[in-house]
Write a protein that binds this ligand. Structure first.
Ligand code: NAI
Length: 368
C-alpha cells in the first residue's frame, strides 16, 4: 500500500486553483483546499464533482487542457489541516495571518509550511504566530507564484498564461516590482481619468525601469553586506531584477537588451493592466487600495528596507518609493530615511518583531 502525502492548499483564488489542480494529478498526493473567504468553499464544493479544467497556454501558441479534481474543498480548518504534511498558503499576503491562526491548532509537528508566494517577512510572521510549534516545522517562502494565471470560471476552469522557468526561495526578494512601477507611473499623474487601463509591465518607461533597477541595486548591496557580516550565509539567490527576468521568463521574452525592453516584451505579461477603478463608464482612475501598494509595501519593500537598515545600507530609491506609497496608504512607516514611523506595527519589518541587529535575523534572537 502506498502512503499518500497530504497537501493542503489554503486559498481560493487563481494560484490556489492551479496548485490544487496540479497536485491532484499525482496519485501519491491527497490534495485538499481550505478557503475561509466568503462562500468560496460552498461554491467550489458544488462544482467539485464535475472536476477542474486547467487550460495551459503554451509558448508556441497552442493550448493544453488538463482535467483534474482536488480531493476536498472546505472552510473547516480542522478537517483541512489535520494530518497535512505540506501546507501551501496561496493567498494575497494580507490574508496569511487568518490562515496561519486558523490552521495552527490542527497542524502537526514536522509540517512544511510554504508561502507561495510568501512576500517579505513571511518567516517572521510564521515564527511569531506559531510560537514554539514553528521550531518543529520547515518554513519555506517563495518569491512568486510559478505561473501567471487567471480564473476563467471559479471552481471550474483556470488558465495558466505563462510558466516561469525557475523560481527562487529566498529571504531577500527581487519581486519588489509593483510599488516602484506604481510610483513611477502615478506620482506625476494629473488626476484626470483615463479612457483606457494602461499596461502594467509592458507599459513601463525609462524612469520606472530606473526605479526598479535602483531598488534592485539596494537589495544587492544589502545582500552583500549580509554576506560580509554573517559569513556562511548563502545570498546567491539575490540577483538583479534584470537577471531575475532573464532567469525566470527567458523563453517568454523577445527583446533582452535592457530591463525596460525585457518587461515590455515579456509575453507572459500580455494583457496585464494597472489596477484601475471606473469612475464612469469608460473612464478610469488608479486604484491605490489595490494590493500592489497595500500589500507590497507593508509586506514587501518595507521589510526589505528594514533588513537594509539592519545591514547599514542606505536606500534612497526604496525611501523615495516608500515615502510616496505611505502617503497613498495614509500610513507612516518611514520618517526621513528611518523606519521609525508609528505604523510600523502594521508591517512585517524585522524591527516590528524585535530584531534589532542583523545577526539576530540569523540566530533567531529577538526582544520586544
Ligand atoms: P487572487 O487574487 O486570486 O486571490 C484571491 C483569493 O484570496 C480569494 O479568492 C480568496 O480565496 C482569498 N482572499 C481574499 N481576501 C481574503 C480574505 N479577506 N480572507 C481570506 N481569504 C481571502 O490571488 P492569486 O492570483 O491566486 O495570487 C496569490 C498571490 O500570488 C498574490 O499575492 C499575487 O500577487 C501573487 N501572484 C499572482 C500571480 C498570478 O498570475 N495570479 C503571479 C505572481 C504572483
Amino acid at each position: 500500500m502506498s502512503i499518500k502525502s497530504v497537501v493542503l492548499i489554503c486559498g481560493g483564488g487563481n494560484g490556489a486553483h492551479c496548485l490544487a489542480g496540479l497536485a491532484s494529478l499525482k496519485s501519491n498526493i491527497e490534495s485538499r483546499v481550505l478557503t475561509l473567504y466568503s462562500d468560496e468553499a460552498e461554491r467550489w464544493t458544488a462544482k467539485l464533482e464535475s472536476g477542474l479544467l486547467i487550460t495551459v497556454r503554451n509558448d508556441d501558441g497552442s493550448e493544453s487542457l488538463i482535467q483534474t479534481k482536488p480531493s476536498m474543498v472546505t472552510n473547516v480548518p480542522k478537517k483541512a489541516a489535520s494530518g497535512a504534511h505540506y501546507i501551501f498558503i496561496v493567498v494575497p499576503a494580507f490574508a496569511h495571518t487568518n490562515y496561519l491562526d486558523a490552521i495552527n491548532p490542527y497542524m502537526g509537528k514536522n509540517t512544511v509550511i510554504v508561502g507561495l508566494p510568501g512576500q517579505a517577512g513571511f518567516e517572521f510572521e510564521c515564527v511569531d504566530l506559531l510560537g514554539n510549534k514553528a521550531k518543529h516545522c520547515t518554513i519555506v517562502t517563495f518569491e512568486s507564484l510559478p505561473w501567471a494565471c487567471r480564473l476563467i470560471e471559479f471552481g471550474k476552469n483556470v488558465e495558466i498564461l505563462g510558466i516561469k522557468d525557475t523560481l527562487g526561495a529566498s529571504v531577500l526578494k527581487d519581486s519588489t516590482v509593483h510599488p516602484p512601477i506604481m510610483y513611477g507611473k502615478w506620482s506625476q499623474w494629473n488626476g484626470k481619468p483615463l479612457s483606457e487601463k494602461p499596461l502594467f509591465y509592458q507599459g513601463i518607461d525609462e524612469r520606472q525601469a530606473e526605479l526598479l533597477s535602483g531598488v534592485s541595486d539596494e537589495c544587492l548591496a544589502t545582500a552583500k553586506a549580509i554576506k560580509k557580516k554573517v559569513p556562511g550565509v548563502d545570498m546567491s539567490d539575490v540577483i538583479h531584477v534584470f537577471d531575475w527576468y532573464l532567469k525566470h521568463y527567458s523563453s517568454h521574452i523577445t527583446n533582452k537588451s535592457n530591463l525596460m525592453m525585457v518587461m515590455r516584451t515579456n509575453k507572459a505579461y500580455d494583457g496585464l493592466v494597472h489596477p484601475m477603478k471606473a469612475v464612469e463608464p469608460g473612464k478610469y482612475v488608479p486604484d491605490f487600495t489595490n494590493r500592489y501598494i497595500r500589500e507590497d509595501v507593508s509586506m514587501g519593500i518595507v521589510p526589505i528596507k528594514g533588513i537594509a537598515e539592519l545591514a547599514g545600507i542606505s536606500t534612497p530609491y526604496l525611501d523615495e518609493v516608500i515615502t510616496w506609497c505611505q502617503g497613498k496608504l495614509n500610513k507612516e512607516f518611514l520618517v526621513g530615511n528611518k523606519l521609525t514611523g508609528k505604523d510600523l506595527k502594521d508591517t512585517r519589518a524585522p524591527q516590528k518583531y524585535g530584531y534589532n541587529k542583523l545577526e539576530d535575523l540569523f540566530t533567531g534572537n529577538y526582544s520586544i
